[in-house]
Design a binder for this molecule. Structure first.
Ligand SMILES: NC(=O)C1=CN([C@@H]2O[C@H](COP(=O)(O)OP(=O)(O)OC[C@H]3O[C@@H](n4cnc5c(N)ncnc54)[C@H](OP(=O)(O)O)[C@@H]3O)[C@@H](O)[C@H]2O)C=CC1
Ligand SMILES: CC(=O)C(=O)O
Ligand SMILES: [Mg+2]
Length: 603
């Protein structure tokens, strides 16, 4: 044990020596710029130029067999002849020397041969554990094909079966057993320079409910996107699952379940654990670490966000990230459906984190545009929950986050009747319940709207309120449609429709990256609105011609650089940014900070 600790300390000392050696070259890019992820180049391997030699440190200099088994440095068959000599690799590899491009082609061919999505997911996770740079190269270069594998919908199935497919632990598990020792647990994580944490307690995993400790697939997947889509260096990302038990009876009885076998802790016990976690994170990683809450149930999510947004850099992806991406999609869609934001009427199925989060940001933007008070702008937005339309007469019985949406109206029991009564121009699904946008609902939308905007946001695909095909067919090809999980293009009456993917994956990687590169210390609504505007600004005439309201994921790194720049600019303007001086060209700066998965050469 002592020798492991000494080894780890030595590693950190050596990393900082390398860091000093590499700083000079970075200054040549832009003063103050720190390459790859906007965080300190702890390993020294991420220098901006690829021809510089770096040392593959692990406990000591990694070499031979251990080098091949260190995913951070392993290049497999791509080790050069010189590297094979210098690092004792002779005989441990077959003679051929491959390129990263050839390795990438081979793995893509292998992955395409799997028919079952979960097999593709497992192949990708295996690759991440074997060769991190190749994993990210694959993900970046084939983003549209691989996003559904490492993210929704497949990650949902992976979480459901996490115990069965579990091979090696990913991320950090903090359970009730660690109460009183969370700081110690954080120190067990091998990296010190953490910039982004994604944390879940597993209670509302996508629209699949309580998956307890097996929710870990979500922080792992989200952080893979932080690197691939946003450019944050992998070593600066930390996935965490807080295990307070699960109320999922099936999992509690599952012999392969990996979490605490007890009912969820609530009340004071829960609050104290979360409080200790939040303090320990700040103590260990400082003020500027971004904590992204993910897939908490709404009874905790709103509370946590409001409690810690005053003292920590926190962001709730389901409440805030979803709101940003949907507002951007709606604003972009105005070019196709006409009118201003204020002229539209919105109806939501689902009044939880996503529904009320989106509703509030839309109301804020309308208020900003029209100067009308927020109480007024909220009146154009209606929400339906599991008990029907949220109306004034229900105000005393609904949760606090629903109260602003309890408008004057007679009670309405179901969505179909609500659509007919409210006559919305925009229908948004955030219920987590599949196939709830029925033929009757879509036909009603199409009966009083020339171009109804229909967004079925629930994930994974099985929970989508309707499919793309249903939306286009039932509206006779008039709907503008976007969904949370991807759908293939649909042909209807000889015309091809390309559905948009309204998923917070467009936003959180760029938004988080913008916070990191500016050293922001808090997230504010103005920052969310800036991110939304930046995303909407990336939709071009060419996209509109195809009926698209989001740009394609194939250009996500460019999109993320623009979002990050707008976020950073707003953070500087609000006095929330601490990384000084402010770079002049923030888009260029963001691009220059992005992690590159290209192999480095070892001395
Ligand atoms: N596309 C994206 O980027 C995102 C998608 N989502 C998806 O949105 C869904 C909801 O997430 P979230 O808002 O966090 O969940 P919540 O649990 O906070 O909210 C769900 C809401 O849906 C309502 N609801 C449940 N069943 C029905 C029903 N049969 N009819 C009408 N309303 C119903 C609930 O009603 P009640 O309050 O009465 O219980 C609640 O208001 C999930 O599937 C999630 O995957 C979430 C975030 C981002
Ligand atoms: C996309 C996402 O964050 C969710 O479905 O929860
Ligand atoms: Mg989520």
């Amino acid at each position: 044990m002592i020798s492991v600790l000494v080894g780890r300390l030595r590693r950190r000392e050596r990393k900082s020596e390398v860091k000093m050696a590499s700083t000079a070259s970075k200054d040549a890019i832009e003063p103050g710029c720190v390459a790859d992820g906007g965080v300190e180049d702890v390993y020294g391997e991420d220098t901006a130029t690829e021809d510089q030699l770096v040392t593959p440190w692990t406990v000591s200099v990694a070499s031979g067999y251990s080098l091949l088994r260190d995913p951070h440095f392993n290049k497999g068959l791509a080790f050069t002849e010189k590297e094979r000599d210098a690092h004792y690799l002779r005989g441990l590899l077959p003679p051929v020397v491959s390129t990263q491009e050839l390795q990438e082609r081979k793995i893509m061919e292998n992955i395409r041969q799997y028919q079952v999505p979960l097999q593709k997911y497992m192949a990708m996770m295996d690759l991440e554990e074997r060769n991190e740079r190749l994993f990210y190269k694959l993900l970046i270069d084939n983003v549209e094909e691989l996003l559904p594998v490492v993210y929704t919908p497949t990650v949902g199935e992976a979480c459901q079966k996490y115990g069965t497919i579990f091979r090696r632990p990913q991320g950090l598990y903090i359970s009730l057993k660690e109460k009183g020792r969370i700081l110690e647990v954080l120190k067990n994580w091998p990296e010190r320079s953490i910039q982004v944490i994604v944390v879940t307690d597993g209670e509302r995993i996508l629209g699949l409910g309580d998956l307890g400790c097996q929710g870990m697939g979500i922080p792992v997947g989200k952080l893979a996107l932080y690197t691939a889509l946003g450019g944050v260096r992998p070593s600066a990302c930390l996935p965490i699952t807080i295990d307070v038990g699960t109320n999922n009876e099936k999992l509690l009885k599952d012999e392969f379940y990996i979490g605490l076998r007890q009912k969820r802790a609530t009340g004071q016990e829960y609050d104290e654990l979360l409080d200790e976690f939040m303090s320990a994170v700040k103590q260990n990683y400082g003020e500027k670490v971004l904590i992204q809450y993910e897939d908490f149930a709404n009874h905790n999510a709103f509370k946590l966000l409001s409690k810690y947004s005053k003292s920590h850099l926190v962001f709730n992806d389901d409440i805030q990230g979803t709101a940003v991406v949907v507002l951007a999609g709606v604003v972009a869609a105005l070019k196709l459906i006409g009118g201003t934001l204020a002229e539209h009427t919105f109806l939501f199925l689902g009044a939880g984190e996503a529904g009320t989060g989106i509703a509030e940001l839309i109301a804020l933007e309308i208020s900003k545009q029209t100067k009308a008070p927020l109480e007024e702008t909220r009146k154009k937005i209606w929400l339906v929950d599991s008990k029907g339309l949220i109306v004034r007469s229900r105000i005393d019985s609904v949760q606090d986050f629903k109260k602003p949406w309890a408008h004057e109206h007679e009670p309405v029991k179901d969505l179909s009747d609500a659509v007919k009564a409210i006559k919305p121009t925009i229908l948004i699904g955030t219920s987590g319940v599949g196939r709830t946008f029925t033929k009757e609902v879509i036909e009603a939308m199409a009966s009083f709207n020339e171009k109804p905007l229909i967004m079925a946001l629930s994930n994974p695909t099985s929970q989508s309120e309707c499919t793309a095909e249903e939306a286009y067919t039932w509206s006779k090809g008039r709907a503008i449609f976007a969904s949370g999980s991807p759908f293939d293009p649909v042909e209807h009456n000889g015309k091809v429709f390309v559905p948009g993917q309204a998923n917070n994956a467009y936003i959180f990687p760029g938004l988080g990256f913008g916070l990191v590169i500016s050293g922001a210390i808090r997230v504010r609504n103005e920052i969310l609105l800036a991110a939304s505007e930046a995303l909407a600004g990336q939709v071009t005439a060419e996209h509109y011609e195809k009926g698209m309201i989001y740009p394609p994921f194939s250009i996500i790194r460019k999109i993320s650089a623009h979002i990050a720049a707008s976020v950073a600019a707003k953070a500087y303007e609000l006095g929330l940014a601490t990384r000084l001086p402010r770079p002049e060209n923030l888009v260029k700066y963001a691009e220059s900070c992005m992690y590159s998965p290209i192999y480095r050469s070892y001395r």
